[in-house]
Ligand binder design. Structure first.
Ligand SMILES: Nc1ncnc2c1ncn2[C@@H]1O[C@H](COP(=O)(O)OP(=O)(O)OP(=O)(O)O)[C@@H](O)[C@H]1O
Length: 257
């Protein structure tokens, strides 16, 4: 289970960031008092526009960055107090973390497997399963830098699942993938859910959220503005589809502008 209680993350901006954001403020509140609970056996989708705070939230859960305020419990372990315990439980995929381009997929998989202290026979079985599912065998000997976007994404997914984590955290899992590759990824997420795992993803793709998420949390300006099943969100916003619901929530959040 993931329990986020009143998470706030404030970044300190350097001069370059202030210039880029055209602001004189030295602080940026990326996530603003956000609470949510995601449970085993569900795919929870954080849906929001660019800059809404989705990646920041997932990075806080994954112990990559520290919350400014609030608490996050992952399988009962608080991220600031027990980050190692949290890391054992999760597999985290994000566009920012690149596999070392000089090494082969095979090498990286073994390397991360050993980091997680997986026995050699179990590691081999895990590799067989994941490499077969994602069609990695044909290019497992290639260096990461020689792979296409789709191949590299599949490799990154296999590596982050090496230790068979009970919680899977994927930041925009199908970003940049063609429909066939994207489908294999979303099908695998459904398989993980069917095994009773908790999957939490971020996305700005409405159709993806509609199709695969059991519950959706809509996040705008760092705040959770709606949460529920697709049916509940459509009901609450009186909308016909998620895109309409999203625009209604967005308009409301921005003060009807
Ligand atoms: N390291 C950082 N330093 C300063 N500001 C940051 C940093 N990382 C993110 N931000 C800012 O925090 C806000 C939220 O960013 P975040 O990446 O969490 O949003 P997001 O919802 O994942 O967006 P996207 O869909 O574009 O990836 C944005 O305004 C962003 O510019």
């Amino acid at each position: 289970m993931i329990e986020i209680k009143n998470l706030t993350k404030i970044y300190k901006l350097n001069k370059k960031q202030m210039k880029e954001s055209k602001t004189t403020d030295t602080l940026k509140t990326a996530v603003d008092n956000l609470s949510l609970t995601a449970r085993p056996g569900e795919i929870y989708g954080l849906l929001g526009p660019n800059g809404a705070g989705k990646t920041t939230t997932l990075r806080c859960i994954s112990t990559i960055i520290k919350p400014t305020r609030g608490e996050i419990f992952v399988s009962g372990h608080e991220v600031k107090r027990e980050p190692e315990k949290v890391r054992e439980k999760i597999g985290f995929l994000t566009g920012d973390i690149k596999l070392d381009p000089q090494f082969s997929v095979d090498y990286m998989f073994n390397f991360f497997g050993r980091l997680h202290h997986i026995q050699e026979d179990k590691l081999a079985a895990r590799k067989e399963e994941l490499f077969t599912y994602f069609g990695i065998k044909d290019f497992s000997h290639k260096k990461i830098k020689e792979l296409s976007t789709g191949m590299a994404q599949k490799a990154a997914i296999a590596v982050c699942l090496v230790h068979d984590p009970e919680i899977i955290i994927f930041d925009e899992p199908t970003n940049g993938l063609d429909v066939i590759t994207a489908r294999s990824v979303t099908d695998y997420l459904k398989k993980l859910k069917a095994e009773g795992k908790l999957v939490i993803i971020s996305t700005h793709v409405m159709s993806e959220a509609e199709k695969i998420c059991d519950r959706i949390g809509v996040i705008i300006d760092g705040q959770k503005v709606a949460e529920g099943t697709l049916g509940q969100i459509l009901h609450d916003t009186n909308a016909e589809d998620l895109e309409d619901a999203f625009f209604e929530l967005y308009r409301h959040q921005k003060g009807g502008k």
